[in-house]
Design a protein around this ligand. Structure first.
Ligand code: PLP
Length: 368
């Protein structure tokens, strides 16, 4: 008798999910480490967030299951209705809740070719079928998505800006996408990098999520807010969607530290402006310097850049990754995103950015 028949088995599809591999956090040698593999901020969180975290007491008590302090702070800063906000243990949790609440076997959900891999996991975990829309110039292609919509399509996930490409869709394009979707299909706008974008034609998703019945925007405190370790994310959408998500989330999905530190962080917008300024300066510098070395840098509006390497032996992305790691610079290989010739680099401190540019220069000039 087959032993496997005698033990519990996961639902169909679960074991087809490719495990998510986080960015590496170790360099190879004893050299100083610059972790540029997960788009974390080099500036850390607001000191006010740290202070709020340190003042957490009474760990024996359950946290506020509604995360009121955090939802109120987000609502106040962004001018939103707190009743239409849901908080999650990272926006990953919010994305999963959306998939679990609205997708099931037989349903299809679309995301784009080089889109964030958490969508694939969430869709399959919900038992639904992922449908991948090709991109144009490493950018989400609205027409390609609309061409894949059929009566089974229940959801479309867009990361705007997208990770790992760094490209974005102007608001007109997002509106055109929304206008082309059937009203029963949910549009999920993942705006994890919204704070970094300095483009007049960009809108994170607040406007559509405010007025449409089928749009939800997700945001995170893991990037510019520097609270990745605490796991703080949120979603903003129609009241009926938030109500459904609240029914399936864990009743205490947010811990007290995440609630208080998140609230203090979002109220400290001066800190965020300085962090965005640091990023703009160094994004520009890094993009220029690396392009000048002869590598293609995909124009990015986020806090990271995608760098394309040649296929020539000795000069490939995988070899550059090993070379840079020996110098303490840990970037991200993006083979799993269908980009085997690229590395993704988070914008780091001045020292880290300079170390990567010097490292790449040495790598490209290496002869043997
Ligand atoms: C980093 C990132 C997130 C944030 O995930 P958290 O769970 O909030 O840490 C979400 N979407 C994209 C596209 C990201 O790159």
């Amino acid at each position: 008798m087959d032993q496997k028949a005698l033990r519990p088995t996961p639902r169909a599809g679960v074991m087809d999910i490719a495990p998510y591999v986080p960015g590496k956090s170790h360099a190879t040698g004893g050299v100083k480490l610059h972790k540029l593999s997960s788009n974390e901020t080099p500036l850390g969180p607001s000191p006010k967030a740290l202070e709020a975290l340190r003042s957490i007491e009474k760990l024996e008590l359950y946290p506020d299951g509604s995360a009121n302090e955090l939802r109120d702070a987000i609502a106040e800063v962004h001018g939103l209705n707190a009743g239409r906000i849901i908080c999650g243990s990272g926006s990953d949790e919010v994305l999963s809740l959306i998939a679990y609440a609205y997708l099931g076997p037989g349903d299809e959900a679309i995301y784009s070719q080089h889109g964030f891999l958490v969508y694939n996991i969430a869709i399959k975990a919900a038992g639904a079928t992922p449908v991948i829309a090709p991109e144009k110039d490493l950018t989400t292609d609205v027409d390609a998505i609309l061409a894949r919509v059929n009566e089974n399509t229940k959801m479309v996930f867009i990361a705007n800006p997208n990770n790992p490409t760094g490209t974005y869709l102007p608001f007109d394009e997002v509106k055109r996408l929304h206008a082309g979707l059937p009203p029963q299909c949910m549009l999920v706008l993942d705006a994890a990098y919204a704070e970094y974008v300095r483009r007049n034609d960009y809108e994170a998703g607040i406007e559509l999520a405010s007025r449409a019945e089928n749009v939800i925007m997700t945001r995170t405190f893991s990037k510019v807010y520097g609270l990745a370790a605490l796991r703080v994310g949120w979603g903003y959408g129609p009241a009926h969607v938030i109500e459904a998500l609240n029914r399936i989330r864990g009743p205490f999905n947010m811990n007290s530290g995440a609630i208080s530190a998140g609230a203090a962080a979002v109220r400290d917008q001066a800190f965020i402006e300085a962090a965005v300024e640091h990023n703009s300066t160094w994004l520009h510098w890094v993009s220029e310097k690396i392009s000048a070395l002869g590598l293609k840098v995909i124009p990015s509006v986020g806090n990271f850049v995608l760098i394309e390497f040649p296929e020539t032996a000795g000069k490939t992305a995988a070899e550059a990754d090993v070379f840079l790691q020996k110098r303490g610079c840990v970037l991200r290989q993006v083979v799993s995103y269908g980009l085997p010739n690229c590395l993704r680099m988070s914008i780091g401190s001045a020292e880290a950015n300079k170390a990567v540019v010097e490292g790449l220069s040495a790598f490209l000039n290496e002869t043997d």
